[in-house]
Ligand binder design. Structure first.
Ligand code: BDR
Ligand code: CA
Length: 307
């Protein structure tokens, strides 16, 4: 039986690859994409979720819009990493996939009530925090939460903070403190998962709309990586969360206690993973290692299934 998942997302180029990977994977049944402000504003992340479902030929998947602002009310948009529109500024037709009349939190709640559900959170954690506030105890009815967020060694917005956590630290703190089993994929792991120019060429060689669009979206993202990190490895942060679900043996993880710094003169949005032995058997896991050749092969294989 495929695992039922809702993907909470702020597409985002790497979100796009993660979503297309999930939709092409028989191990997963994607019930909904719930959107949140993050890489770009909420109206854009919601439009992008609809565009991606249209591209994938999956109008049956629900799109529901969530929170437009972080809990503390600050805007959470990253400056241009994913282009002005969040998907690398390509031309798209207006998608026909509708937006659900209920907000993301209600759609998440309904999906949880309908049966065992894994929530994959690959944007700021505002929607999940509002879910916890609106429906106390809901965390005990979620099978698992898989999160892309955080960093131990080095952040990517500040030296301490990774973007998804930095964008709404108060939400992340509440989500990390909840009782659902969690797997967290921090930058220390996601930087091990990347595509390169050979993969872009491969995607183009598929001669499909998905292959061409992915390559076109990833091209400016590669250029960003070149400017920022001085090489063109295209880090697939969000796809690691989907990868973990598709192949549970693919990512080595450790049991931890996890929390988020919400104060701090320099460290607001930092994640703390307590890896001391007392937490070895913790239901909170942090991803530490993966094999990029295996990861890339899976991404290629699955994206090639689109016609
Ligand atoms: C995270 O921030 C966003 O830019 C990406 O989509 C990813 O979710 C990486 O720090
Ligand atoms: Ca994201």
């Amino acid at each position: 039986m495929p695992r039922r998942v809702v993907i909470d997302t702020d597409p985002g180029v790497d979100d796009a690859v993660a979503i297309l990977l999930a939709l092409a994977s028989p191990e997963l049944e994607v019930v909904a994409l719930t959107t949140v402000a993050g890489n770009v504003a909420l109206d854009k992340t919601t439009l992008n979720a609809r565009r991606l479902l249209e591209l994938a030929g999956r109008p049956d998947v629900i799109v529901a819009a969530g929170m437009a602002e972080a809990l503390a009310g600050s805007p959470a948009h990253e400056g241009g990493v994913h282009g002005e529109d969040g998907l690398g500024d390509l031309d798209w037709d207006e998608p026909s996939v509708p937006v659900h009349p209920d907000d993301a939190v209600e759609v998440l709640r309904a999906a949880i009530e309908a049966g065992p559900l894994t929530v994959v959170a690959i944007g700021p954690l505002t929607n999940l925090a509002v879910l916890l506030r609106r429906y106390p105890g809901v965390d005990e009815r979620v099978e698992r939460v898989v999160i892309m967020g955080g960093a131990s060694f080095m952040g990517n917005v500040t030296p301490a903070a990774e973007f998804n956590i930095w964008a709404d630290p108060e939400a992340a703190r509440e989500v990390f403190a909840a009782r659902w089993p969690m797997a967290i994929m921090p930058l220390d792991l996601t930087h091990q998962a990347f595509l390169n120019d050979d993969d872009l060429a491969y995607l183009r060689s598929l001669r499909t709309e998905v292959g061409r669009r992915c390559a076109d979206m990833l091209e400016p993202y590669a250029a960003f990586h070149e400017r920022w990190y001085a090489n063109r490895d295209i880090i697939m942060h969000d796809a690691t969360a989907i990868y973990e679900l598709i192949d549970p043996t693919a990512i080595t993880s450790e049991g931890v206690a996890a929390t988020v710094e919400t104060g701090g003169e320099y460290s607001r949005g930092a994640t703390w993973f307590d890896r001391r032995p007392a937490h070895r058997a913790s239901p909170v896991r942090v991803g530490v290692r993966l094999d990029n050749d295996r990861f890339r092969a899976l991404v290629r294989e699955r994206l090639a299934t689109y016609r």
